[in-house]
Design a protein around this ligand. Sequence first.
Ligand SMILES: *Cc1c(COP(=O)(O)O)cnc(C)c1O
Length: 388
Amino acid sequence: MKADFSKRLKKLPPYLFLEIDKAKQKARQEGKDIIDLGIGDPDIGTPEEVIESLYKATKDPRNHHYPLDQGIADFRKKIVEWYRDRFGVRLDPEREVLALIGSKEGIAHLPLAFLDEKDVALVPDPCYPPYRGGVILAGGTVYNMPLLEENNFLPDLKRIEKSVLKKAKLLYINYPNNPTGAVCEKGFFEDVVLFAKRYNIIVAHDAAYSEITFDGYKPESFLKVDGAMDVGVEFHSLSKTCNMTGWRIGFVCGNEWIIRGIAKVKSNIDSGVFTAIQLAGVTALDIAKRHAERMNLIYEDRRDALVDGLNSIGWKTRKTKATFYVWTRLPAPYRSSIKFAKMVLDRAGIVLTPGIGFGSAGEGYVRMALTVSKDRIREALDRFKKIL
Ligand SMILES: *Cc1c(COP(=O)(O)O)cnc(C)c1O
């Protein structure tokens, strides 16, 4: 049997990271010592308290059933508390909070709730790939907003043509940003709210890295801005905040109508997050502050080692205030991020993510994740020195 893939499936861009993954596996099989700066997945495990809490919750048969669609009351209540304490944002746990099977799930399902054919979604370029994928799978059209270094990796909303704005229904933004590591000021969020109201566009802010910050920087919530609750939602995840990527737990907060749309899609596709994982999520939010403080010292130390080291061998790399990524232009004379990444893997056994994998405006850059030890970062720098 070889049925034709649907048009929307065929429209999806190739998942570039899969190819890098294959090349990496092959190199490992050949016995090479690989330093993986590719994936953004914390190397340090989930905190012990969270694991204990899952263990306990799993033993209780009351937690073995289908979970409630919107998430258990304890988890939603804890999210509301966390938003109040961390961001000074007030939320209604019944109507403005929804548990997700990782934030990626909600991010990718959102377009199914609001986009029809010919509707446009405004998507940053480069970006976290599920924004683009979710829009295409829903049958919508992607409009790429380039994130340029000279504009501090913020989209220039004023440059979007009127004809596009007429059809635009959804806008994705993401600060602190993956892959660029950029952060934004509150003024940008205010501009986004005015823009969204003026053109009647839903805003989806992805705040996955709000807790991974350095140099005393603390981002605000998009929802804190006047009027944001009228136009948007904010996605959050325990993956990066609490080293829980494999657990699949996140949440979305904000505008009731948008939340209701996502919930309706989900009720037709999945049956929620395992209750015991939600209870572990309560513990995770309880310790999130302490945990992030500890992790951020580690990431900051690695960032300094990597960025200072790269700059000392001729790269021009800036220190970012947030996320565990270093986003840097290719050293001269290289131009193709894929060719560069392949060369570095072949000759130095270092995995990097080519910028073009995040969108065409990412070409000319590579992303390095700070999810390996400082010793390995030093080793990577030694190897760069030898091949460049
Ligand atoms: C890692 C990441 C997420 C988190 O995804 P989960 O599904 O919650 O694991 C969301 N957005 C961005 C930009 C990310 O890099």
